[in-house]
Each structure stands twice: as structure tokens, then as C-alpha cells.
Design a protein around this ligand. Structure first.
Ligand SMILES: [Ca+2]
Length: 336
């Protein structure tokens, strides 16, 4: 989405490496952070109440039994997710799980992240960096390091390993920039903009210094809210299926995840378990490689594909002709 000049960031979910530099690698697959540490909302209200009405001694006793209670307060504006939670439950998600998820300590209305959708204009992207000698040397090293995974994917899905490598280079620089935005907060915030009150908060608190038309903002927010709600549902289904903690997964500000920068809806349907460990985790190279190959095959990639068809299929991955030409050029250089 960043790849077309003067386009507001909107259409393409990838490019976590461009959105914000990754400060740290975060992983969503942390079995130690499942939900047993996060008491439900009712418990928190209960403990808050006794803080005021009973003696300090009793309070300390309670806290010694539930030491994480005090730390489990969701972040600013997280109450704005109440109607979103109800909607998810009405759409079939387990109420208890939803309550647990939305009381995680790092849950917050991601106003700053989501405001990017409404204010950001793309700067010209320097695609040349990806075809520099240094980048190609790194790509050759990647081909060698993940030779087994890439060859397996090429044999299984019929997609050139040089193309897979090129996509991983441009999307996340071989997995080094996967984005540091909390996916759950980002998608939840965007989906919650269906509510007028939530749109007001974003408008008032985060967009007041920008010259936007309120009418255009509302129209765009509603469109993005519908899109984000579909992605949020896919994200919650995916994390449930893979037994991951949804509040611990980080990616691009558009909700794209992992080394391959897949949207949740794509992970759910086209993700592949490349290393056969029983989990589809796109923060592992083997799974990312297999998933990219499967994605391209799904959209029609065949061994010996001609340039025109290759272009069309890679364009599906990222709607930018600059992006596609760069990927194809990297692939050519790696073959040469
Ligand atoms: Ca796996």
C-alpha cells in the first residue's frame, strides 16, 4: 500500500518494515502467557470495591492470593471495545474467551496507530535498495540458509524459490522488520470505529490537528471498520486454532503478520505448516516460506510461468507495480 505515490495507506496490508522500525522481536506463540493470569472483569470490579471498604490487612491477603490482579488493568479507552465484544459474541465467539482476551493488561484503543490510516501519505519508496549488491548478497545467503525449506516449497507448490526469497526480502528484510504494532489492538480499534462514539474519540483525540473533512473521515472509517472486523474475526479464529495468545502478536499497522506479512484472513485459509510442527506460525521461516508458495500457487502460479502471469499473481500479494517489478528483478538477479 505504500508503494503507489500519493496514495493514502489503505489498500495494502504488507510492509511492516516501512510502517515503524521494529524495536524488538515479539512473538505471539507464548504458551506461558495464556489466560490464566488475567482474571475477568467481574473479578476486577470486585477487588476494586473491597479496596475501598475493607481493611488493608484483608486486602493484602487477597492480593497475595491473586498477585496479578492489580497489573491486569486494560489500557486507556479499552472500554470503547465493549460493543465490539458484544458483537463478536453475537457472531459466535465464546463469551468467556472474549472477556479474557479483552482484559489483558496491554489492551488499549490504538488511536495513534489507526490515525495513520487517515493522515499518512506515501512517500516515494526507494525500491532500489532491494536490488543493491548488498541486498542480493543477503538474499543469496538466505537462499543458502533456508535451502531445504525453499527447495521443499518449490517442489511442493511449484513456485520459484528466488521469487519466495525476493518477497521475504522486500516485505520484511528476511524477517527482521515484521512490525511492532499490537495486531489485536489495531484491528479492534479499527473495527470499533463502526460506533459513532468511537469515531468521535479518534477524531477528537488523535486527528484534531489534521485538516480532514469529517464527512470523508466517517465514510472511510466505516469502510475500514467493516474490513477490520472481518480481519479481526479471522485473527481470533486463527489464534484460537493455533492456541496462541492474541494480545501478544505484533505486526504492521495494517494488521499484517510475520515474515510473510499475511493478513489474518490469508493466514487462516492459505497459511501452511512448513516445518510440520503442528502449528502455522508465520514468524518462523519454514512456515512463512511454505505459506508464500501456497499463496502464489493458489492464485495461479505454475512452474515455468510467463512474465505477464507472474506479474499478475505477485500483484495480488501487493498492489504495486513497483513492488512486483522489484520482486521479479531480485528473482532474475538471484537466478543470474
Ligand atoms: Ca509450523
Amino acid at each position: 500500500m505504500y508503494h503507489q505515490k500519493k496514495t493514502i495507506v489503505n489498500y495494502h496490508p504488507h510492509s511492516g518494515w516501512l510502517s515503524f522500525p521494529a524495536k524488538r522481536e515479539k512473538r505471539g506463540h507464548d504458551s506461558a502467557s495464556k489466560f490464566q493470569f488475567y482474571p475477568g472483569a467481574k473479578h476486577r470490579v470486585f477487588f476494586k470495591t473491597i479496596n475501598f471498604i475493607i481493611s488493608v490487612g484483608v486486602m493484602l491477603a487477597v492480593l497475595s492470593i491473586f498477585p496479578f490482579t492489580a497489573a491486569a488493568m486494560p489500557g486507556p479507552y479499552s472500554w470503547l471495545f465493549e460493543s465490539l465484544k458484544k458483537r463478536l459474541v453475537a457472531d459466535g465467539f465464546d463469551e468467556q474467551r472474549i472477556d479474557q482476551i479483552y482484559t489483558a493488561p496491554n489492551i488499549e484503543f490504538a488511536g495513534e496507530t489507526v490515525s495513520n490510516y487517515f493522515t499518512y501519505k506515501e512517500a516515494t519508496l526507494n525500491y532500489k535498495q532491494f536490488t543493491s549488491q548488498k541486498s542480493i548478497t543477503n538474499a543469496r545467503r538466505y537462499l543458502k540458509t533456508y535451502q531445504n525449506e525453499l527447495t521443499h516449497a518449490e517442489n511442493t507448490f511449484g513456485v520459484d524459490k528466488t521469487v519466495i526469497t525476493a518477497i521475504i526480502l522486500v516485505e520484511t528484510r528476511f524477517g527482521t522488520y515484521t512490525g511492532n504494532n499490537n495486531i489485536l489492538n489495531t484491528l479492534s480499534t479499527m473495527a470499533s470505529l463502526k460506533n459513532h462514539a468511537n469515531r468521535d474519540v479518534l477524531w477528537r483525540e488523535y486527528l484534531n490537528s489534521y485538516k480532514l473533512s469529517r464527512k470523508k473521515y466517517d465514510k472511510k472509517a466505516l469502510r475500514k471498520a467493516n474490513w477490520a472486523y472481518r480481519e479481526l474475526k479471522a485473527f481470533l479464529s486463527y489464534t484460537a486454532r493455533e492456541d496462541m495468545n492474541p494480545s501478544g502478536i505484533y505486526g504492521s499497522f495494517a494488521g499484517a503478520m510475520g515474515i510473510a506479512q499475511f493478513l489474518p484472513s490469508n493466514i487462516l485459509t492459505l497459511g501452511k505448516d512448513g516445518n510440520k510442527d503442528g502449528t502455522i506460525d508465520l514468524y518462523t521461516h519454514a512456515d512463512a516460506i511454505a505459506s508464500i508458495a501456497n499463496y502464489l500457487k493458489h492464485y495461479g502460479w505454475k512452474p515455468g510461468i510467463d512474465r505477464k502471469n507472474a506479474f499478475t499473481i505477485i500483484y495480488r500479494y501487493n498492489h504495486s507495480k513497483y513492488y512486483v517489478n522489484t520482486v521479479l528483478k531480485i528473482s532474475d538477479l538471484l537466478k543470474g
